[in-house]
Design a protein around this ligand. Structure first.
Ligand SMILES: Nc1ncnc2c1ncn2[C@@H]1O[C@H](COP(=O)(O)OP(=O)(O)OP(=O)(O)O)[C@@H](O)[C@H]1O
Length: 224
């Protein structure tokens, strides 16, 4: 089932054509890796798909709704409820404990403190970092922080998780483990994952690879 579609996206930053007619389809529940050379437009495409950036032309449709036609409030609501995000670093709130960080998206959606904390604790356990619940992000390692970030991205049971170089700051062992945990949890909950990476061993966890070159999606391959 088609979940998210980008059609003929174009977006320039000054003279740089970051997207130059990019089209892509994301199917429900699949893990899709966006690969390609540095500067080819992968992050820009991810941000347009997630409704963070708006293309100058072209359309992005999620579940039959065109993002650009939605009000800002509706788009924010969609990002909060249907989308999860994992970035390379810096996405955890430093003043909050790991448990509070994971509970935050639920609290913002109106879930009570006790229920949000219970759900967050179960996600920390799933990501094998239950022992970090009371620690602040500054007190945990990079790999542990990314596990907490994955828990936070999945706690609302989103339809899509957008991950931009989620293992980019980790060594290969930690990176592989984070990818295993992310893809297993996403498959368990039925979330699709759109993943930007330049590492083949990270892309190996995907169902499908799309190659971005010069602001376009050149190939979409079924990896395995
Ligand atoms: N905010 C911005 N302002 C100016 N130029 C930008 C901006 N964002 C992206 N670009 C430019 O647009 C092009 C595409 O960038 P993008 O980050 O999407 O590429 P990428 O494929 O994700 O690269 P990398 O693999 O190095 O992260 C690059 O030439 C980049 O320098």
């Amino acid at each position: 089932m088609t979940l998210l579609t980008a059609t003929d996206l174009r977006l320039s930053f000054g003279p740089t054509k970051a997207l130059d007619g990019a089209s892509l389809t994301v199917h429900a529940g699949e893990v899709l890796a966006l690969m390609g050379p540095s500067g080819s437009g992968k992050s820009t495409l991810l941000h347009c798909l997630a409704g963070i950036l708006r293309a100058e032309s072209g359309t992005v449709t999620f579940d039959g709704r065109e993002l650009a036609a939605m009000t800002d409030a509706a788009r924010s609501e969609l990002r909060r409820t249907a989308f999860g995000f994992v970035f390379q670093f810096g996405q955890l709130v430093p003043e909050l404990t790991c448990l509070e960080n994971v509970a935050l998206p639920l609290r913002l959606s109106g879930t009570g403190r006790r229920a949000a904390h219970a759900e967050a604790a179960s996600w920390l356990e799933r990501l094998e970092v239950a022992d970090l619940a009371g620690k602040r992000p500054g007190q945990v390692s990079g790999g542990q922080g990314q596990r907490v970030a994955v828990a936070r991205a999945l706690v609302t049971r989103p339809r899509v998780v957008f991950a931009d170089e989620p293992t980019g700051a980790l060594d290969s062992l930690n990176g592989e483990r984070v990818m295993q945990l992310l893809t297993t949890a996403a498959r368990d909950t039925g979330a699709a994952v759109v993943l930007v990476t330049h590492e083949a061993r990270v892309a190996a966890y995907s169902d499908r690879e799309a190659i971005v070159r010069d602001g376009r999606v050149r190939e979409q391959e079924f990896a395995r």
